[in-house]
Design a protein around this ligand. Structure first.
Ligand code: P70
Length: 461
């Protein structure tokens, strides 16, 4: 391993064996799963790249901290420890744990929807965020820069908002009808692409002009801060935590699925800058849904692990290895001529299945076809981020559709080695070389909301 890709900054002291299956077994297992990788048992998966959410490995410090978890129902020591860490990172005043990201969404997002016909605007809403926007009675509009859809063209911040379009949408819909602007950092759906500090600052300026609240969806905020340090002028010598604090200064609230850059297996956060009234409203709604506001669905030991994990994820050596490892996988695919979102994002490599399988129409899910093929080839489980995930328009019931049909190879944090990346790359290259044999899928069962999680399919003959 050369300097280009830094080696693991840790030793491994506990291992979990992983099982290998035969191709015949996998054919049966996938059929029984209704051709939906979500329905596979994880023990039947060799390398699991379904998600980086809650799948990371905790450090010895985190495991140690769990021993002192305070399980008091209200006002636990663990909560105050977490509160102090989160206040330090964000510079905000009000902190509430929740059970995971969608817990934050279900408590927070309805607070700003004060009447019918409102909108949330984001660079791109991720799936559960979109679902909670819709459940709160609002509608979701995405406003990302066009470069995000030009896969092989370098842009340092492909997650950026299109500021002209943002202004236009606000004026078209009327500023009084915008519930909030959600800054998704990094921008998951666009390939884990970062948003620049300058862009966050400009979005905040626009929001201030129209008195609209800005909210950070900060699941992968530490990875975003690392990219700012790496790519944005003036930040080369800044500490990651200072970059994070500055990013937070351009928002009024910070929602987080802590299962990503919190380096824990379960947990989330609602953090509010200074609006006490809004925080009190969140507390009231949290109690019936998440729990008393000092535990919010988390237990004391997990809160302890989160307090430690948040700081570990801001460590530059950790972040460098993390980003390098994902980039190593992406570089291997690029060398083989496989079309991927470029530059490579923070948490995953996004493979462009529209150009791999142009013979499969969008409503037969080309990225699901490629995803199922790499499971059959090597027991690797990836996930579709395309027409299937985008779902249907809640009003017209047509497929929302998307310009991108991705297979996401999502890398769990501190779990796999560079050699695993080689195994993944070899499998994807094999499927790519046999791409003409791929076939599409059609629904056997289609759930009405968040359909990708539980749908079943059959191959199109
Ligand atoms: C992922 C998971 C969750 C997420 C997110 C952003 C930017 C909020 C949340 C919700 C979801 C997923 C997708 C496909 C397969 C498995 C899991 N993202 N905001 O992997 O957080 O899951 O904690 O409720 O990315 O990208 P939570």
């Amino acid at each position: 391993m050369n300097k280009k890709y830094s080696a693991e900054p840790y030793r491994i002291k506990m291992v979990e064996p992983i099982k290998e299956t035969t191709r015949e077994q996998r054919e049966m297992l996938l059929k029984n799963a209704g051709y939906n990788p979500f329905s596979l048992k994880s023990e039947d998966v060799y390398i699991d790249l379904l998600t980086d959410s809650g799948t990371g490995a905790m450090s010895q410090e985190q495991w140690g901290a769990m021993m002192v978890g305070d399980e008091a129902y209200a006002g636990s020591k663990s909560f105050y420890k977490l509160e102090s860490v989160v206040k330090n990172i964000t510079g905000y005043q009000y902190v509430m744990p929740v059970h995971q990201g969608r817990g934050a969404e279900q408590v927070f997002l309805p607070q700003l929807v004060t009447k019918a016909g409102m909108y949330y605007i984001s660079n791109i809403h991720f799936d559960t965020t979109r679902a909670h926007v819709e459940l709160s009675g609002a509608r979701a509009i995405d406003c990302v820069i066009e470069e995000c859809f030009v896969m092989d063209k370098f842009h340092p911040f492909k997650g950026n908002f299109d500021l002209v379009q943002l202004n236009k949408v606000i004026l078209d819909k009327g500023p009084e009808n915008i519930a909030g602007i959600i800054m998704t950092i990094t921008n998951n759906s666009a390939g884990g692409q970062p948003v620049s500090m300058e862009n966050l600052k400009e979005v905040k300026k626009i929001a201030n002009k129209y008195h609209i609240a800005t909210i950070i969806d900060g699941a992968r905020y530490a990875e975003n801060a690392y990219f700012i340090k790496e790519r944005e002028k003036g930040y080369e010598d800044k500490a990651i935590i200072d970059i994070a604090r500055e990013m937070c200064s351009y928002a009024d609230a910070f929602l987080m699925s802590a299962k990503k850059d919190g380096l824990v297996n379960m947990g989330g956060l609602i953090v509010i800058k200074d609006n006490e009234e809004l925080f009190n409203k969140c507390k009231i709604r949290a109690i019936p849904y998440e729990g008393f506001p000092t535990y919010g669905g988390m237990n004391g030991r997990d809160i302890e692990a989160l307090a430690v994990g948040l700081m570990e994820a801001l460590d530059e050596r950790y972040l460098k290895h993390r980003i390098d490892q994902v980039r190593y996988l992406g570089d291997r695919l690029i060398e083989a001529g496989i079309p991927i979102q470029f530059p490579i994002g923070g948490h995953a490599v996004f493979v462009d299945c529209k150009s791999i399988a142009p013979h499969i129409p969008a409503d037969q899910f080309p990225a699901l076809a490629v995803t199922n093929a790499i499971y059959l080839e090597a027991g690797i489980r990836a996930v579709e981020i395309g027409t299937l995930l985008m779902g249907r328009d809640p009003d017209t019931h047509e497929n929302v559709g998307t310009k991108m049909e991705y297979m996401r190879l999502t890398i769990p944090r501190r779990v796999y080695t560079y050699k695993h990346m080689d195994v993944i790359a070899d499998a994807v290259i094999h499927v790519y070389e046999h791409r003409n044999e791929l076939n599409g899928f059609e629904f056997v069962y289609e759930p009405p909301i968040l359909r990708h999680f539980t749908a079943t399919f059959k191959p199109v003959k």
